[in-house]
Design a protein around this ligand. Structure first.
Ligand SMILES: [Ca+2]
Length: 72
């Protein structure tokens, strides 16, 4: 498995572990979703920026996906 895949899986695993911890503790409003909602309320442009980044990354990663375009 390539290093990038391993690092990506570690980051996802850490995010899931953090989310599980925030759901299990008694601190209100500390989940990732609740933090995103708070950021969106204080900076309404934030969800739009995040959506743009997500869309650009999806286009970069998966379109156009043709054989023989990889550099390595
Ligand atoms: Ca909590």
């Amino acid at each position: 498995m390539k290093r990038t895949k391993i690092v990506t899986l570690i980051i996802i695993g850490l995010a899931l572990a953090y989310e599980a911890w925030t759901l299990a503790n008694d601190v209100p409003g500390d989940t990732i979703s609740e933090a995103m909602w708070d950021i969106g309320k204080s900076m309404p442009v934030f969800p739009w920026i995040l959506g743009m980044i997500k869309g650009l990354l999806a286009g970069h990663f998966w379109w156009p996906l043709t054989a023989g375009t990889r550099t390595t």
